[in-house]
Design a protein around this ligand. Structure first.
Ligand SMILES: [Zn+2]
Length: 325
């Protein structure tokens, strides 16, 4: 593959910022995809409400008019999944090009429904209590278990949640302006007007958790991408996006400074370009990448240009070394 500016320009052409039924949407077109991967992200997570409440709501959203959403999606041959993390609840869909609009519409109808049946509420309460018992039995890692408990709650906390509380929480959080849709694939969806530049002007602050320390890196989204790639380059880090922060599975080691007059710079540059290209090839990592770094049309070319400007890059990386130390 020839990695040059044209390739990044092409990636920008594949990126669309739009709205779908009034919901901000970011999509990435890949004509080689047989299926579409969709992620509908609602900004409510386990750490923002009573422990267990956001996760309970996630369960309730699988019901609409006493019909389970899995069954509805099964009939459409769409795969549906959901996870509640610290700050978000993600509903993901996997479907063919023809089913994309109908699948999203079914999901959205269910997400924006705030009236729940008491029978289903009691039924899901039992399901969740069993889920908690299961985690208690299966997970021996204390840290991991504590984290899960913060999200899904403990048995007494879940028992004391009421249907009114969930309904209130739903009305407050399950709203169009608190939702973002990400789509990856060979799609055909009736996007509405472009809404570029409506959420990506500011500086992002991303906490990074190393095993033994924590720090925050700041900058515009493409600057954050470059900083994270640099950490990977210098320290052999393997990072994962985790809610709103990046978690590395290695302890922090010395951040060495690139010498812009030797091969390090070229290696870093080429590795970074290749990494971003690779990320965009895989639907799941691409969706995560678009979501985490709030990617907009134009960002890929901006990224290429920033990486190619050694003076600008040097300043950026000096700034990172200060932030991490
Ligand atoms: Zn669950």
């Amino acid at each position: 593959m020839n990695i040059n500016r044209l390739l990044f320009q092409k990636m920008d052409e594949n990126t669309t910022n739009s709205t779908y039924n009034g919901i901000i949407t970011t999509s990435y077109h890949n004509s080689h995809s047989f299926i579409n991967n969709i992620s509908v992200v609602v900004n409510i997570g386990g750490l923002q409400s009573t422990p267990g409440a956001a996760h309970f709501l996630e369960h309730m959203k699988f019901w609409y008019n006493n019909t389970n959403l899995y069954d509805t999606m099964n009939k459409l041959q769409t795969v549906l999944n959901a996870t509640t993390s610290e700050f978000t609840t993600d509903f993901s869909l996997c479907c063919t090009k023809n089913q994309i609009t109908i699948s999203i519409n079914h999901l959205l109808k269910s997400l924006y429904n705030h009236t729940f049946s008491i029978d289903i509420f009691e039924k899901e309460k039992k399901v969740i209590i069993n889920e908690i018992k299961g985690y208690d039995l299966l997970i021996s890692d204390k840290e991991q278990l504590n984290f899960i408990r913060k999200i899904i709650g403990r048995i007494p906390e879940v028992k004391s949640l009421t249907i009114e509380e969930l309904s209130k929480l739903s009305i407050k959080n399950y709203q169009k302006n608190n939702t973002h849709i990400y789509i990856y694939g060979d799609m055909s969806i009736d996007n509405e007007e472009s809404t570029s530049n409506n959420y990506n002007n500011g500086v992002l602050h991303i906490p990074i958790k190393f095993i033994d320390k924590e720090c925050t890196i700041s900058g515009k989204n493409i600057e954050i991408i470059i900083k994270v790639l640099y950490l990977t380059f210098c320290g052999d880090f393997n990072f994962t996006y985790h809610g709103r922060y990046i978690k590395t599975n290695q302890a922090y080691r010395k951040l060495s400074k690139i010498h812009f007059d030797n091969d390090d710079y070229l290696i870093f540059k080429n590795n970074s370009f290749k990494r971003v290209v690779d990320l965009l090839e895989d639907p799941n990592s691409a969706l995560r990448f678009l979501e985490f770094f709030k990617i907009q049309k134009g960002d890929f070319s901006r990224f290429y240009d920033c990486m190619s400007n050694s003076l600008k890059l040097e300043t950026l990386l000096d700034n990172l070394i200060t932030e991490v130390n």
